[in-house]
Design a binder for this molecule. Structure first.
Ligand code: NAD
Ligand code: DAU
Length: 350
């Protein structure tokens, strides 16, 4: 049986990808290798946890021996690398953790794959999941292409840019069969409520202030998480070795529009008066170095591999709100304990 390691499979995007792969390829054994940080949650995967082609290993990619030992046991044919510290605000407070996981952790995986594959690259693939933030910040015009020069501006995006460069370096220097994708902002079920959309949903639910950074005019290009998972599966199978593919939703929205839309949907679903939640909107001190706009040109992926987003924004938004309302226990569990002190620290006096 072929086996594939997925790092960060208990996180937001990772759990959607694991489910898709485990259900689609019963003949392949998938090993979810995850440290279970605050962002990793096995409750995201209860529906497939007993599948015969799925195993979980609690492990840290920063510890090279743990990665080595997983490779030793399972002799992986492929790697989907998603494990990362992923939240920009946290990277501003504590950059070093981002350097360790996102850069050192990636090098450990690259070295281990290189060691075990030992130049026999037939049928092997190392897929690195990255972000559009490596390209920096756009003004009102233009979109990121795969050829856009890197210009990361937060410790998070700088650490992801660094890992992308290293992955490419292992391709050019050692011939490691790599492929990279850089995706725009994802939304959907199971996203940790430190990120804009689930944070706003949770605060509306509790009638707490809705913190909007600056004037709320920054723009993000939103993609439903299931569409990202499909793209990753496709690129892994059919993408060209050594290539990079941009993935995006072609769905640009200002933050303030996202927040107002959520207010309207939630008022309707919770039976509140129209306009009630909008009163909670609070403009707070801007994020340091806040990138103004991201927009992805994904025509390479669309033309070469015939991928396109399937979930329309309105439909995806409704689905997402419905999921959080139907999974209040999940939300309550992840917003207790550590989350409360994180929230206090991040938003107090802002
Ligand atoms: P997430 O924070 O929800 O999940 C990250 C997962 O990685 C968690 O399960 C966590 O436990 C695990 N992890 C963290 N450090 C680890 C370590 N040292 N060893 C092993 N596991 C570790 O992140 P996400 O939003 O699902 O993002 C996944 C990947 O996709 C990241 O590489 C991120 O940079 C990239 N990405 C995210 C988005 C987005 O909008 N969320 C967009 C583009 C790219
Ligand atoms: O573009 C891809 C990236 O998208 C991923 O690589 C990151 O892992 C992911 O976290 C996301 O980064 P952003 O910084 O764009 O996402 P976040 O949800 O943190 O913020 C979205 C926008 O909303 C951003 O302009 C900041 C703003 N914001 C965010 C929070 C948490 C607010 O106005 N208020 C908030 O409380």
């Amino acid at each position: 049986m072929n086996s594939i390691i997925i790092t960060g499979g208990a996180g937001f995007i990772g759990s959607h990808l694991v489910r898709l792969l485990v259900n689609t390829y019963p003949e392949i054994l998938f090993i979810n290798f995850d440290k279970l940080t605050y962002a990793g949650n096995l409750a995201n995967l209860t529906d497939i946890e007993n599948a015969p082609n799925y195993r979980f290993i609690k492990g840290d990619i920063v510890e090279e021996e743990s990665v080595m030992s997983a490779f030793e046991t399972y002799r992986f044919d492929g790697v989907f690398h998603l494990a990362a510290e992923s939240h920009v605000d946290r990277s501003i407070v504590n950059p070093k953790e981002f350097i360790m996981t996102n850069i050192v952790g990636t090098v450990n995986l690259l070295n281990t794959a290189r060691h075990f594959w030992n130049g026999h690259y037939e049928g092997k693939r190392f897929y690195h999941v990255s972000t559009d933030e490596v390209y920096g910040s756009l003004g009102d015009e233009g979109k990121f292409l795969e050829t856009t020069p890197y210009d990361p501006r937060s410790p998070y995006s700088a650490s992801k840019a660094s890992s992308d460069h290293l992955v490419r370096a292992y391709y050019h220097t050692y011939g490691l069969p790599v492929v990279i994708s850089n995706c725009s902002n994802n939304y959907g079920p199971n996203q940790f409520p430190e990120k804009l959309i689930p944070l706003i949903i949770n605060n509306i639910r509790h009638q707490k202030p809705l913190p909007v950074y600056g004037k709320g005019l920054n723009v993000r290009d939103w993609l439903y998480v299931g569409d990202h998972a499909r793209a990753i599966d496709l690129i892994y199978r059919e993408g060209r070795i050594g290539q990079t593919y941009n993935i995006g939703g072609s769905n640009e929205r200002q933050n303030i529009d996202i927040v107002r839309t959520l207010c309207r949907i939630m008022d309707r679903k919770l039976g509140r008066k129209d306009g009630e939640s909008e009163k909670l909107i609070t403009f707070v001190t801007d994020r340091a170095g806040h990138d103004f706009r991201y927009a992805i040109d994904s025509s390479k992926l669309q033309n070469e591999l015939c991928w396109k987003p399937e979930v329309k924004f309105d439909e995806g938004f409704e689905k997402t709100v419905d999921w959080y309302l139907a999974n209040q226990k999940w939300l309550d569990e992840v917003t207790s304990g550590d989350y409360l002190s994180y929230y206090e620290k991040m938003y107090k006096g802002r």
